[in-house]
Design a protein around this ligand. Structure first.
Ligand code: NDP
Length: 399
């Protein structure tokens, strides 16, 4: 039925490819294109003969003309961008030039400034609309599922949502003293940045890791979590009716934070280039090169993730709370698709979002965040494709 071009062959892309192949009635053809062809080949070797016709291509997605050529040659119905946030705009430009639907899981971030915002991608709205193509931003877990959870809560349980707390808990242990569960460069840029949250119409900025809370996560237990800025706050603050405050918390172990502080203190997390033996290098990119590849953590990681949202608002004049979350087990996802749960929880919603576009359910010309669509089909697909969710109507609030 549909032909998809997936860009990237890392942790998230690997899961998405497995899920597209499981869903081969929809994804009859898949081209895996990435910078390193051997990674595409390795994925093809795992997935050939399982129902989807797989081809591979070497591609530098920073080069719009190369992306255009590949799209013109392969003629996909959709481009699933699972490379890095730096490539979002060059790939969106190629989609515009070829009138092809677009989907990603992380918003654009210039390589030389650790600041992610939607403004660059929202600027494509009118051009996508005129071209008659759909651009879906942030169809991973957070953003992605957390955004769909918010749309679902508003549609079914609230007239107005006043408070949202997004809680992202990874209680997985990979045995390393310090390793990141997705691209280390993107992960460290995110957690070493200042925190912020939206309250009463404005952003309140905090120092990195300044706000700490302890929460007892269902099926996981008590964990320390820290307030971070996170990209879905920006779009949810605009798209969900009645918002007074929206915050994002992520759990980190003491060991992770101690290592991070130490790396920061010695300058290893900096994105300012330095001269080393006559060559310019970016310390954070060098650090990425010495850290374990997140794609290699699959067989080592044990434990669970629990990611969800706690809502508080009103329905028919009565105040109420609602918590919806997914629990995902690292060892089970490894058994199923050969990846740990952080890649899994991102790769599955990428496939689901792409499926909803190519089947026409979410096809609407323009550029959208996922909470702008009807959430029901996505919620149903989460249960079907490996990320079942749990509801709690009397959750413990976060202070
Ligand atoms: P990885 O580093 O494992 O994979 C990135 C892939 O993109 C690699 O195959 C890499 O190739 C490829 N790539 C990088 N630059 C280019 C380029 N210029 N042209 C073509 N291919 C390129 O990252 P993850 O799989 O962990 O993350 C993928 C995306 O998912 C990221 O944008 C990340 O921010 C996002 N994400 C979103 C989450 C969510 O919940 N919304 C959660 C986790 C991640 P090479 O192997 O050659 O380096």
């Amino acid at each position: 039925m549909a032909r998809a071009l997936m860009i990237g062959a890392g942790g998230v892309a690997s899961v998405c490819a497995h899920k597209c192949v499981q869903n081969h009635e929809v994804f009859t053809e898949l081209c895996i294109a990435s910078r390193t062809l051997s990674k595409c080949q390795a994925l093809k070797d795992q997935l050939d003969g399982k129902g989807t016709e797989i081809t591979i291509a070497q591609l530098d997605a920073d080069n719009t003309d190369d992306v255009i050529s590949l799209i013109e040659q392969y003629k996909p119905d959709i481009v699933i961008n699972l490379a890095l946030p730096y490539q979002d705009l060059s790939i969106m430009d190629a989609c515009l030039a070829t009138k092809t639907h677009y989907l990603d899981t992380a918003n654009y971030e210039p390589e030389d400034t650790a600041k992610f915002e939607y403004k660059w991608q929202w600027a494509y709205r009118e051009r996508f609309e005129k071209a008659g193509i759909t651009g879906i931003l942030g169809s991973g877990f957070d953003p992605g599922v957390t955004s769909v959870f918010s749309a679902y809560a508003l549609k079914h349980y609230f007239d107005e949502i006043h408070y949202i707390d997004i809680l992202d808990c990874n209680a997985g242990d990979n045995g390393y003293p310090f390793a990141t569960n997705f691209n280390p460069e993107i992960n460290i840029r995110e957690v070493s940045a200042k925190g912020s949250y939206w309250e009463n119409g404005e952003w309140i900025e905090t120092e990195p890791m300044e706000i700490k809370r302890v929460y007892d996560f269902p099926q996981v237990g008590e964990k320390s979590m820290y307030l971070l800025h996170h990209e879905e706050l920006e779009s949810l603050a605009l798209n969900i009716t009645g918002i007074r405050r929206i915050r994002f918390f992520m759990t980190f172990s003491e060991s992770y934070l101690t290592h991070l502080k130490c790396l920061e203190n010695v300058g290893m997390t900096s994105i300012e280039p330095i001269l080393f033996q006559g060559m310019e290098i970016v310390p954070l990119q060098f650090l990425k090169a010495v850290l374990p590849d997140p794609a290699s953590l699959g067989p080592l990681t044990k434990g669970k993730t629990n990611i969800g949202c706690i809502f508080h608002g009103v329905k028919d004049g009565v105040e109420k709370s609602y918590y919806v979350y997914n629990v995902c087990d690292h060892e089970e996802t490894y058994k199923e698709v050969g990846s740990q749960a952080v890649s899994y929880t991102t790769g599955v919603p990428a496939m689901i979002g792409a499926m909803l576009v190519v089947t026409g359910q979410w096809a609407r010309p323009g550029v959208y965040n996922v909470e702008e669509f009807d959430p029901d089909a996505f919620m149903e697909a989460l249960n079907q494709w490996g990320l079942p969710w749990v509801e709690d109507f009397s959750p413990t609030p976060v202070e």
